[in-house]
Design a protein around this ligand. Structure first.
Ligand SMILES: [Fe+2]
Length: 500
């Protein structure tokens, strides 16, 4: 195993770049605020620090590049969604609640511009009219004051905040929540409305979806809070719903992500189940039931067959990738020992990168830990979705972040892990908080020919940067560090939207 060592500290690198650009590290370009800032505060660690939401919606051209330079050939937008509650929540569980806010950096001709916007969901519209939060938490629903709702408003109990992911498929830019309707956006981040995928009613989609490498079809899932089923949608490359079928489960189950191979949809039904009766008695709506074990479903792409395999209980939010090779299915994912939502429920054992191997002939499941560092938000070069991959990009936390007891999902170092050899390259951002990396493809020189786009926040100077790393050499100095005009809160998932 080799560790990549950054040649000089990230701080030193930034200071040199900022000096060259004529900027103090705390400098902010002058901008006009379009909306009022958020005034409320909360004791919830996932609503404080860089998890605290922001109010301003900005348009800023010609972002300062404080280190490196923007590749001239980069043409498109890096967009990232995240929970950014406008009103102080009645109840809040990270990462399941909030209002979507998309932060986008658009690249063209070696320049970058920034724009951020709320996703104007029907629930947010109702709360804006009320002037306060109406809806409760995904995990702790609350009764809604009927005097605050009008007939056209979502009747709850949950709010679809469309805050988890942002993707483009078939020319449609979509803000996604969890197994509910998605909101179509313009490339300028204006909200168009609920997306119907060519049908006559809004389509329920999960937060994560996978594109088939041969057909370009998008596979998506939508689980139920009430019924022991999950719907699987196949949406053609033009963005029209082509097929929907249902898979039976043992209980209503939360399934946040799934994977695809060339022949199978692979669903992991972990024992995270919804219990309405428990919720009515004040218990959490979402319960961890390890006695049920984790079941692995291998579903033919057309839904014609389903095989279930059994494994010990664990939880998975996110997969990196899966693929078939030599009679096996390999699945790279981040394993949690149990479902742990929010700060109070952090598990004893840190989540780490695992590889599961399924021998198809023997119907045998084996699992190994690829690397022992705490992590989440694994990503690959999405052009290799469902195809053999070696490289997973995912953040970890090191002691160069000077923060006592950081909330879960706080990271400061990007890793590139070779799942075949176990080799790890690192880029340590020091006392900067970073999140998920998004792969931006560059050329045709292999799986790691591209850039990683990462938002990073400096708590000392209260500044946020977009950092571009060379995916082939993430331990090298950044390709570019672009100063953003405001703090960008910790978010969830982003994607690269190439220019048409
Ligand atoms: Fe997710």
């Amino acid at each position: 195993m080799t560790d990549g060592i950054t040649r000089r500290s990230f701080n030193e690198f930034l200071l040199a770049g900022a000096a060259a650009a004529g900027l103090g590290l705390g400098a902010r370009p002058a901008t006009a605020l379009q909306t009022a800032d958020i005034a409320w505060t909360s004791d919830n660690p996932h609503l404080g620090g860089n998890f605290a939401p922001i109010g301003p919606e900005l348009n800023v051209d010609n972002l300062p590049v404080i280190a490196g330079r923007i590749p001239a050939g980069l043409s498109g937008a890096y967009m990232r969604n995240g929970p950014n509650p406008l009103f102080k929540p009645i109840a809040f569980t990270y990462p399941m609640d909030g209002d979507g806010m998309i932060h986008a950096v658009y690249f063209d001709s070696g320049r970058a511009r920034y724009r951020n916007r709320f996703v104007q969901t029907a629930g947010l519209v109702a709360e804006r009219r009320a002037g306060r939060a109406i809806y409760g938490s995904f995990t702790h629903p609350v009764p809604i004051d009927p005097t605050l709702l009008q007939p056209q408003d979502p009747q709850g109990p949950f709010k679809n905040g469309a805050f988890i992911n942002v993707i483009r498929h078939g020319g449609h830019l979509l803000a996604l929540d969890e197994s509910t309707t998605s909101y179509e956006m313009t490339m300028d981040l204006d909200t168009i409305g609920e997306w119907k995928a060519g049908t006559d009613k809004p389509l329920r989609l999960g937060a994560h979806n996978r594109r088939h490498p041969k057909t370009g079809a998008l596979f998506a899932i939508a689980y139920s809070h009430a019924e022991p089923t999950v719907q699987i949608h196949q949406i053609d490359s033009a963005g029209n719903l082509a097929k929907t079928f249902s898979i039976a489960l043992a209980a209503p189950t939360m399934i946040h992500d799934f994977v695809l191979t060339e022949r199978y949809i692979v669903l992991l039904a972990c024992p995270a189940v919804f219990d309405s009766a428990a919720a009515r008695q004040g218990q959490p709506f979402l319960q961890w039931r390890p006695g049920m074990g984790t079941r692995i479903g291998l579903i033919a792409l057309d839904g014609s067959t389903t095989q279930w395999l059994d494994a010990d209980p664990f939880f998975v939010f996110h997969f990196a990738n899966a693929f078939e090779r030599g009679g096996n299915i390999f699945i790279d994912y981040v394993q949690h020992e149990s479902l742990a939502l929010g700060y109070a429920q952090q598990a004893q054992k840190s989540p780490t990168l695992h590889r599961m191997t399924i021998n198809l002939a023997a119907r045998k499941v084996s699992d190994t830990q690829v690397a022992g560092m705490v992590t989440e938000f694994p990503r690959i070069n999405d052009g290799f979705d469902a195809l053999p991959t070696r490289f997973v990009y995912l953040p970890t936390l090191t002691d160069t972040l000077r923060q006592v007891k950081p909330p879960s999902a706080t990271f400061n170092t990007m890793m590139k892990i070779n799942t075949e050899t176990g080799d790890v390259l690192r880029h340590d951002f020091g006392n900067r908080i970073a999140g998920e990396a998004t792969f931006i493809p560059r050329g045709t020189n292999g799986e790691d020919d591209g850039y990683l786009a990462i938002y990073a926040f400096d708590p000392e100077n209260q500044t946020s940067d977009l950092i571009l790393l060379d995916a082939a050499h993430i331990d090298a100095d950044p390709v570019a560090v672009i100063r953003l005009p405001q703090r960008v809160p910790q978010g969830l998932h982003g994607n690269w939207i190439p220019k048409d």
